[in-house]
Design a protein around this ligand. Structure first.
Ligand code: UDP
Length: 239
């Protein structure tokens, strides 16, 4: 069953943990290739894709803070971790002949462009995948907030949060076999019930800007493309 006529331009949020595949930490070739392949399928179907990549497979601010790095500096380290992931993803896409550009919220070097929404939209309309790294560029935020922000900046028709499970459940499906998948949730429900779709700041922005958000599994091949074509996949959050 179709949910909509489909979406042309999407902002895809991928957490760092997907980059480490079956491992607990760092990079895994199969994990990265799986992400790249899903992006390739969606791109080849004609969708425009901006991607916000997390950094949790390398470092989250609270982990660095726990070894004595001051909290703000720990967040700086976390944001830099996302740049490493952005570059790794770019070159995995290149292997599949998918052209991409990596941007960052702060200056890094000539091999990573500084985030610029007009330039990003120009790349997207020319068929490049644009990977946004560096989060929002500010400590105390997450890459979920960055995803909401970039979605607004590139005029995305939809946000897709690709995760390890196939949508949002009323309770943890790994613990409770009778957990039920939500097909739809409203922004108000997501905030009230703390459904963990994204952090509250991100949900609030997406709700205010009326950008639909789909939570789906990264592990089913072609899922992202199907959701972008308007098929019923995962959980759809609407305002
Ligand atoms: N971070 C930050 N500001 C941002 C985005 C990220 O300070 O706008 C830092 C924060 O320390 C976070 C880390 O970067 O823990 C990695 O990002 P995140 O935890 O969102 O990655 P994910 O869980 O999606 O892999």
């Amino acid at each position: 069953m179709k949910r909509s006529e489909g979406y042309r331009r999407a902002l895809l949020k991928i957490s760092g943990e997907a980059m480490s595949g079956e491992r607990d930490y760092g990079f895994d070739k199969d994990g990265i290739s799986r992400i790249a392949r899903q992006i390739e399928i969606a791109r080849n179907a004609g969708h425009e894709l901006g991607i916000v990549i997390g950094g949790g497979n390398i470092l989250r601010g609270r982990e660095a803070a726990s070894v004595g790095v001051p909290p703000l500096a720990a967040d700086h380290m976390g944001m830099i971790a996302t740049v490493l992931n952005g570059l790794a993803l770019r070159w995995a896409l290149e292997e599949l002949s998918v052209k991409s550009r990596v941007m960052c919220a702060f200056p890094v070097g000539h091999f990573v462009e500084e985030a610029d929404s007009e330039q990003a939209k120009d790349y997207l309309s020319k068929g490049f995948v644009v990977i946004f790294s560096g989060g929002t560029g500010n400590p105390c935020f997450t890459t979920d907030s960055a995803a909401a922000l970039r979605a607004v900046e590139i005029d995305a028709d939809v946000v897709i949060k690709a995760t390890q499970v196939n949508g949002v459940y009323d309770k943890d499906p790994h613990v409770y076999p009778d957990a039920e998948l939500y097909e739809y949730v409203t922004v108000e429900e997501a905030l009230e019930k703390r459904l963990g779709i994204m952090d509250a700041a991100a949900i609030e922005i997406l709700g205010r800007k009326r950008i639909p958000t789909i939570v789906l599994s990264l592990h089913e091949n072609g899922n992202i493309q199907r959701a972008l074509a308007g098929e019923k996949v995962g959980t759809l959050m609407v305002s």
